[in-house]
Structure formats: structure tokens, C-alpha cells
Write a protein that binds this ligand. Structure first.
Ligand SMILES: Cc1cc2nc3c(=O)[nH]c(=O)nc-3n(C[C@H](O)[C@H](O)[C@H](O)COP(=O)(O)OP(=O)(O)OC[C@H]3O[C@@H](n4cnc5c(N)ncnc54)[C@H](O)[C@@H]3O)c2cc1C
Length: 392
């Protein structure tokens, strides 16, 4: 249970009036699920660096996996604002929960739906949507993070199969995954996507230990040592970096919404605490220094909400540009991490404790500000959009 009343979740500019009844119902149902399923166990999972049991099946049951994937493939056929609201609610619980849903939806189901064959869609999407199958997305490599175009993972055409070699690093859910959508270079040096299945000889997924961030999420490597990948596992619909980058656009959009949830959790906790905690005979919320912080949090959350809503409208109309998505991802993650850090101070010593969410969110957001394009890389994308000059 959250420490604050859910009725205190801010809608300062009356944005609810711009949502449909369906949007509000979806948001409420995910909010309720987060309260009953995530909140009671998230601190334990994060403190103990364990994943949340049954998380993917639960996410499947509430329709959080591939919400915008067509119904015929097991999705819910929802619009992009619904997807955003789901991500917001999940990340109010924890970035690990939102990451699980983001990766499965935008980085695994999205490319199979966009670029996969009919057989691939029918084979994988319904199970992924139900959470009966867990997917991971392999783009980043030990030597190539912000610069995925230089990737070394490659495959050769052996006539009756492809032979895959290389390694991916920092892969969300790799230790748990049943399949991985892997981006690798063909013999012409062009990037293509392959669906690699657990059990294929030479494919291993070692876990990355000792993270201080996203501790309720499993991260690991994908290692390919002469893996024979059947020819029917190549994604036929895309060649080049635009394949993985289009997945990242979808995931970054979801992150822009998601981190508002983390910020809301910190803000609402801080408001409640500032009214209860007394020092020098008065609630700390009565002091101007603390009110300044709260006022700035609410201002930044409201701006982020408006940014996301309009970005969602553009995305629904297929008009959102990658640079617009970069701006929202960068702005909103930074907004959330600043609120997590500053709101922790409002709680004084109590702010470092697991009963309150600030340290967990702040630590999680250190990953979120780095993955799916770093804070700096998104700035360079905006700079390129303004000037037409590539500063990478
Ligand atoms: C918890 C977690 C989960 C992840 N999950 C996945 C996943 O599921 N799948 C996946 O493929 N990847 C995943 N990633 C990887 C993530 O996307 C990369 O960490 C990210 O892209 C940055 O790459 P890097 O860590 O190699 O940093 P680098 O690219 O080495 O960057 C290091 C620093 O240099 C800066 N920099 C780089 N290039 C430039 C430049 N041209 N100009 C100025 N500054 C520059 C960066 O902004 C950064 O500050 C995950 C990462 C984390 C931490």
C-alpha cells in the first residue's frame, strides 16, 4: 500500500478531461494492480536483488504486455496514450516492473509485429502477450553502447541455417528469457534481426550481479558461440539500424510516460510526509524551503504530463518524430531523477529507508537515464535536429 492517498495523485492542469473513459479505466485498473501486487513486495525484491515471482504472467493478465499489438495476435489493440498511462502506473510501482513491460512490448513484440513473418507473429506474439514467454532485446555490446552501428555480433549464411557469433551486454531479462530478438550484422555488414530461442546450442545468458540499480529486475548477457539459428527465425521485414532504432523509439516513448509515475510516487510521499513531520513545533511543509521544493516538483510533473499527452497524440497520428521522442525521454527522466533525489531530502534520515520509495526510485532512474539512449545522446539528437549538424 502506498503511504499517501491515491486521491492525492496530481492532475494540476485537469489533463483527465483530455482522456477518454477507456483511458481512465485502464489507468485505474493498472493502478489498483500496482497497489495490491507490486507495492507489498517491491522493497523486499529490490533489497534482496530478486525478481518478482510470476511478474510476467501477472503483467500479461492485466494486459500490460503489448497493449497496442493487434487483438488477433494476443494484444489489446489499444492506442498509444493507453500504453503511456500503463507505463506510468507500472513505474509508480518500480522502474523494474515498467522495464519488464517495456522490453516485452516495445523491444520484443513490436519488432515481431512490425518486421516479422506471419508465422513468427502467430508463433510468438500470443505467448508473449500472455507472459507465458519472456523476451529480451539484444542490441548493446561490451564494446558498443551508444554506437550500436559498430556492433561486432554477426551471422553467416550456411545455406540451411545461419551461424551466429558474438555477445550482447546489459540485457534486461536475459537470464529469464525464452527468446531474444538479437540485432547482428550479415555478411554484407548490414544489421538484421534474428529470433534466438533458449535451448539453441551455443546460446547462454549469464546474469550480471551486484547492480545498485533496478535491483528487482534481472540483467545479463547474451552470448552466441556458433549458434545455429533456423532460417525462418530471421525477421524478414527490415534491414539496417532503422530496425532496432524503431523499437527504441517505441520504448523511449513509454519511458517518457513511465518516469512520471516514479516522480509522482516520490512527490506524493514527500507532500504527505511534509504535513506529518514536525520540527521546531511546526510541520516541515509549513517552511518556505520545503514548499519551494514541492512547488517545483508539481510544476515539473505537470509539464511532463502535458509533454507526454501531446506526444501520445502525435504518436497516435504516426507523426511523432524520433527527435521529439528523444526530447521527452531526456526531459522526463531528468525531471524524475531530480524529484527522487530532492524529495528524499524532505524525508531527512527516513528518506534513506526502504519503507519509503525515494532511494529505490533514485537508484533505478540512474539506469533509466542511461539506457535507451543516454541523457547526453538524446541532447545530441536534439542538437542535430536543430542544426542539421551531427555532433556525435
Ligand atoms: C539496467 C540496464 C538495462 C539495459 N537493458 C538493455 C537491453 O535490454 N537491451 C540492450 O540492448 N541494451 C540494454 N542496456 C544498455 C544501454 O542501452 C546502454 O548502457 C546505453 O546505450 C549506453 O551504452 P554504454 O553503457 O555502453 O555507454 P557508452 O556508450 O560507453 O557511453 C558512456 C558515456 O559516454 C557518452 N557518450 C557516448 N558517445 C558520445 C558522444 N558521441 N558524444 C558525447 N558523449 C558521448 C554517453 O552519453 C555516456 O555518458 C541496459 C543498460 C542498463 C544499465
Amino acid at each position: 500500500m502506498s503511504y499517501y492517498s491515491l486521491t492525492s495523485i496530481p492532475d494540476y492542469y485537469g489533463i483527465d478531461a483530455l482522456l477518454t473513459e477507456e483511458h481512465k479505466l485502464i489507468r485505474q485498473s493498472v493502478r489498483d494492480w500496482v497497489e495490491s501486487f507490486v507495492m507489498p513486495q517491491i522493497d523486499h525484491a529490490a533489497q534482496n536483488h530478486t525478481d518478482i515471482p510470476n511478474l510476467m504472467k501477472e503483467l500479461g493478465q492485466i494486459g500490460a504486455l503489448g497493449p497496442y499489438i493487434p487483438v488477433e495476435y494476443g494484444g489489446s489493440g489499444l492506442d498509444q496514450i493507453s500504453y503511456g498511462l500503463i507505463m506510468q502506473e507500472l513505474e509508480r510501482g518500480d522502474s523494474a516492473v515498467r522495464s519488464a513491460a517495456s522490453v516485452q512490448s516495445s523491444l520484443v513484440m513490436f519488432p515481431i509485429n512490425e518486421f516479422g513473418s506471419e508465422e513468427q507473429k502467430r508463433k510468438y506474439l500470443p505467448k508473449l502477450a500472455a507472459g507465458e514467454m519472456i523476451g529480451s532485446f539484444g542490441l548493446t555490446e561490451p564494446n558498443h553502447g551508444s554506437d550500436p552501428g559498430s556492433m561486432e555480433t554477426h551471422f553467416k549464411d550456411m545455406e540451411d541455417h545461419y551461424l551466429l557469433n558474438g555477445a550482447k551486454m546489459w540485457i534486461t531479462n536475459s537470464p529469464l528469457c525464452d527468446i531474444a530478438v538479437v540485432w547482428a550484422k550479415n555478411e554484407e555488414g548490414k544489421v538484421q534481426g534474428l529470433i534466438v530461442e533458449r535451448g539453441m546450442e551455443g546460446f547462454t545468458t549469464p546474469e550480471t550481479h551486484n547492480k545498485w540499480s533496478l535491483r528487482a529486475s534481472k540483467t545479463g548477457e547474451l552470448v552466441f558461440n556458433d549458434v545455429k539459428v533456423p532460417k525462418e527465425n530471421l525477421l524478414p521485414g527490415v534491414t539496417g539500424l532503422k530496425g532496432p532504432l524503431s523499437c527504441l523509439n517505441s520504448a523511449r516513448y513509454g519511458i517518457s510516460w513511465g518516469v512520471i509515475g516514479a516522480a509522482i510516487d516520490c512527490y506524493c510521499t514527500a507532500v504527505q510526509y511534509s504535513k506529518e513531520r514536525k520540527q521546531f513545533g511546526k510541520p516541515i511543509g509549513s517552511y518556505q524551503l520545503q514548499q519551494k521544493k514541492l512547488a517545483e516538483f508539481l510544476t515539473e510533473i505537470t509539464k511532463a504530463q502535458l509533454l507526454c499527452l501531446q506526444l501520445g497524440n502525435l504518436k497516435n497520428d504516426h507523426k511523432a518524430t524520433p527527435a521529439q521522442i528523444s526530447m521527452a525521454k531526456r526531459n522526463n527522466v531528468n525531471m524524475a531523477i531530480e524529484i527522487a533525489r530532492e524529495s528524499r531530502q524532505i524525508l531527512g534520515g527516513m528518506g534513506i529507508m526502504g519503507e519509503f520509495p525515494m532511494m529505490r526510485h533514485a537508484a533505478n532512474l540512474e539506469s533509466v537515464i542511461t539506457y535507451e539512449g543516454t541523457h547526453d545522446v538524446h541532447l545530441l539528437i536534439t542538437g542535430l535536429d536543430i542544426t542539421g549538424i551531427n555532433a556525435f
